[in-house]
Design a protein around this ligand. Sequence first.
Ligand code: PMH
Length: 385
Amino acid sequence: MEDRSFFYRDTWVEVDLDCIHTNVSSVKKLLPNEVEIIAVVKANAYGHGDVQVAREALAAGATYLAVAFMDEAITLRKKGIIAPILVLGASRAEDVQMAADSRITLTVFQKDWLLEAQKHLKTDSRLSVHIKLDTGMGRLGISSKNELADFEELLALDQRFNLEGIFTHFATADELNQSYFNQQFALFQELISVLKVRPKYVHCSNSAATLRFQSGVYNAVRLGIAMYGLTPSLEMEPEIPFSLNEAFSLRSKLVHVKQLHKGDKISYGATYEASGDEWIGTVPVGYADGWIRKLQGQEVLVNGMRVPIVGRICMDQLMVQLPHEIPVGTNVTLIGKEKNQFISINEIAKKLETINYEVPCIITNRVPRLYKKDGKIVELKNYLL
Ligand code: PMH
């Protein structure tokens, strides 16, 4: 570690911004020139760091950003991001003035919301909106042609609203069976056909649809998981047209190493018992960092060697079984590459019986994020100090 002055515990996330750059560039090359990339940086950029990923994605060719709710958009504005930002989720009607003042684009889909929002927007304000269509995700959106036609008309009557986009979201774009995807896509086409004026942005593809069905991208895609170097699902892995580069690593160090003798116990519940002489290392990461107790038994890399987590994972620490005595201060990689070994996010997701999306998101803000470019540390974000 070149710079130790910004955090005081030897556990950190490393985000390789070059990976983000390459992943966005690869997607850009795959798409026709006029198709814009909306980089999805919600949830602190899937745990990677919102502003750092946003900047890198924009530098690699993305032109729009998307987040889940207004607070996430406002924080990007406060951090100096001037690119357009779309809020994908529902916003409160009474907050529209704030959105307009911050040049934040909102997702809209309810007539009553619009009527209420009209009361909260100053006469000279202008708010950009994208209409959300529910074509089968069952989450948010307008799902009938009549409702859409009425909504478009109502919006067109109020000059303060700029209908800039229309979109939908797929529920199964990452599944090999394409029948539900085709059904949603057909309904999307049918619904947008009733529009009197086609807005500037028409978008429906997430990473999976972008990578698999380039003919249906319209003129923008919403790129999330693939930008982070992760496959939307294991079953579509063979269909990815280029290699993705995982940007996220979780690293730590051994802070204590000791020898156990037969019968010695480890951690809460004293559930792990040494069967003979063995070496145990303590690593300062635990369930309050998002490395939850279910990861007991998972391997980590110590100096490039796979070793198992033994005993219960504590709030801030865990123990690993070492093949022999290893010095305090030795590197530990919980996610990422070290020497010739690699613990992928998919490996952790499998152990947790979940999807790769969840893994970087659950690593809490107690863990500082360190940003690398060209192999060098370029920025450090400690959420605690
Ligand atoms: N667009 C919307 C509306 C989304 O909700 C998401 C991801 C994306 C685009 C990006 O998808 P991708 O990461 O597969 O490329 N949303 C979620 C979610 O709500 N739960 O998991 C992923």
